[in-house]
Design a protein around this ligand. Structure first.
Ligand SMILES: [Zn+2]
Length: 402
C-alpha cells in the first residue's frame, strides 16, 4: 500500500482525529494529528480546525508506534535461522501488528554462526528493515539457560565479542550477558564502551554480583523474572537488584517484561511497573516464529519447539545434550499489539505509562528519541490507532499506512 493517497507520505497530508491522542506529557481528549511527508506535522487538542485539511481517519486512541527491543521472529519466519528474505517477512509481520521499529534478537549459537547472522542482519539494518541487533547469548548461565542451546553457551570472551561487534558493523545495539560468569565484567565494560546496551539476563547472579555488573556497565534487564534466579526476600537476586536500581536511576537502567499473561502474572507486571517507575519499564514480545501462527511444531535456533494453546515450549529430543529442559517456555507467540492490550486491559496500567513502556522509553534507550517513539511534531509518523477496547485498528510506519 506504499504511496496510498492521503496517507501522509509524499503528496496530500493525512489528518487523523482521535478521541484520545497519547503524548509523553499527557493525553489530548479529543485530539488530532496531521502527517505530511512522512513526519508528524502538527498535533493539537480539540476537533481538527477546518483549515487543517479533511479528516482521513478517525479512531478512539492514537499512540506512538511500538518499539520492540527483544524479538526473534513472527508470522512463521525468524531472525535466528533462514535468509534475509525470511528476516524481512518477520519484520513485516510485526509491523502489521503495530511494531514500527525493532531489534532483531539472535539466540545462542556458535560464534561462527552468530558472526554470519550479524553480518546478514547488519545489511537489513542499513536498509531500514530493522533498527539493530540484539545478541541474546552466548555468554549466558547454563543454570538459567531456558531455551538457549547449552551446546553453544560460552564463557565471556573479549576476542569473541569483538568479532561479533565487527560483524554487526555498528548495528549491535544490545547484548544479554550473565554477569556472574568469569570474564563477564571485562566484556560488559567493552560493550558499554562501544555504545552497546548491556543487559543482564539468563543469569544466576546474586544481588551483589548484579551491583558489580551495574558499575561495570549493565543498564538493562532481559525479560525480568524469566530466565533468572528468582526474587527472594533475603537474596533479591537479579529481579530485586535490577528493579531497585531501575526505580532509583531515573530511566538510566531499564527493565523489560513479557506482559503476555503466560511469562508473568499480571500482578507482577503491575509491581514491576510501579517499582521501575515511569521511564524504567520496557514492554517486549520475545516472540519467536510461531507468533501469529497456529499451534504446532517450530524451531528456535536449533531447538525443537511445540506450540500448544499459544504457549511455546521446548520439545523432547533424542539428543539430550541439545534439549536442556524439555517443557521450558521457549520465547512467546505474542505481538506488541497483544502485550499492549494485556498491559492496559488486564494488568490495568495507565495508557500513558503503557505508551511510554512500548515506545517512548525503548526509543530513548536505542538512541532513537529524536526520530520516533512519541507523538510529537517533527518526529517520524510512526503511530498506531486502537479502538475503544485497545484493539489495533491501523498502523502507520514512516507516514505510510501498513
Ligand atoms: Zn529472547
Amino acid at each position: 500500500m506504499r504511496g496510498e493517497r492521503g496517507a501522509g507520505g509524499a503528496g496530500a497530508p493525512a489528518l487523523i482525529a482521535a478521541d484520545h491522542v497519547v503524548q509523553p506529557g499527557g493525553i489530548l481528549s479529543p485530539g488530532w494529528i496531521r502527517v505530511r511527508d512522512g513526519r508528524i506535522d502538527a498535533i493539537d487538542g480539540g476537533p481538527p480546525p477546518p483549515s487543517a485539511s479533511p479528516v482521513t481517519r478517525r479512531a478512539a486512541w492514537a499512540l506512538p508506534g511500538f518499539i520492540d527491543m527483544h524479538v526473534h521472529g513472527g508470522g512463521g519466519a525468524s531472525f535466528t535461522e533462514g535468509d534475509s528474505s525470511e528476516a524481512r517477512r518477520a519484520a513485516a509481520f510485526h509491523r502489521a501488528h503495530g511494531t514500527t521499529r525493532l531489534l532483531a534478537s539472535l539466540v545462542t549459537a556458535s560464534i561462527d554462526d552468530l558472526e554470519r547472522r550479524c553480518d546478514m542482519l547488519a545489511g537489513l539494518a542499513s536498509d531500514g528493515v530493522i533498527d539493530g541487533i540484539h545478541l541474546e547469548g552466548p555468554f549466558l548461565s547454563a543454570a538459567r539457560c531456558g531455551a538457549q542451546n547449552p551446546r553453544y553457551l560460552a564463557s565471556p570472551d573479549l576476542g569473541a565479542f569483538s568479532r561479533l561487534l565487527d560483524a554487526a558493523r555498528g548495528w549491535l545495539r544490545m547484548i544479554t550477558i550473565a554477569p556472574e560468569l568469569p570474564g563477564a565484567l571485562d566484556v560488559i565494560e567493552a560493550a558499554a564502551e562501544a555504545g552497546v546496551i548491556v543487559a543482564a539476563g539468563h543469569t544466576d547472579a546474586s544481588a551483589a554480583e548484579v551491583d558489580l555488573a551495574v558499575r561495570a556497565g549493565v543498564s538493562h534487564a532481559t525479560h525480568l523474572f524469566n530466565g533468572m534466579r528468582p526474587l527472594g526476600h533475603r537474596e533479591p537476586g537479579p529481579p530485586g537488584a535490577l528493579l531497585d536500581r531501575a526505580g532509583a536511576s531515573d530511566g538510566a537502567l531499564t527493565c523489560e517484561v513479557i506482559a503476555d499473561g503466560t511469562h508473568l502474572h499480571d500482578a507482577i507486571v503491575r509491581l514491576a511497573a510501579r517499582a521501575a517507575g515511569p521511564g524504567g519499564l520496557v514492554l517486549i514480545t520475545d516472540a519467536m516464529a510461531a507468533a501469529g501462527m497456529p499451534d504446532g511444531d517450530y524451531v528456535l535456533g536449533e531447538l525443537a519447539v511445540t506450540v500448544s494453546g499459544g504457549v511455546a515450549r521446548l520439545r523432547a529430543s533424542t539428543d539430550s545434550e541439545t534439549t536442556p529442559a524439555t517443557g521450558s517456555i521457549a520465547g512467546s507467540t505474542a505481538t506488541m499489539e497483544l502485550v499492549v492490550n494485556r498491559a492496559i486491559a488486564q494488568a490495568g496500567l495507565p495508557v500513558g505509562d503503557v505508551a511510554a513502556a512500548a515506545a517512548t522509553t525503548p526509543a530513548r534507550r536505542l538512541g532513537l528519541g529524536g526520530e520516533t517513539g512519541a507523538l510529537r511534531p517533527g518526529l517520524c509518523a510512526d503511530l498506531v490507532l486502537l479502538d475503544a477496547g485497545f484493539r489495533l485498528q491501523a498502523v502507520m510506519s514512516r507516514g505510510e499506512w501498513v
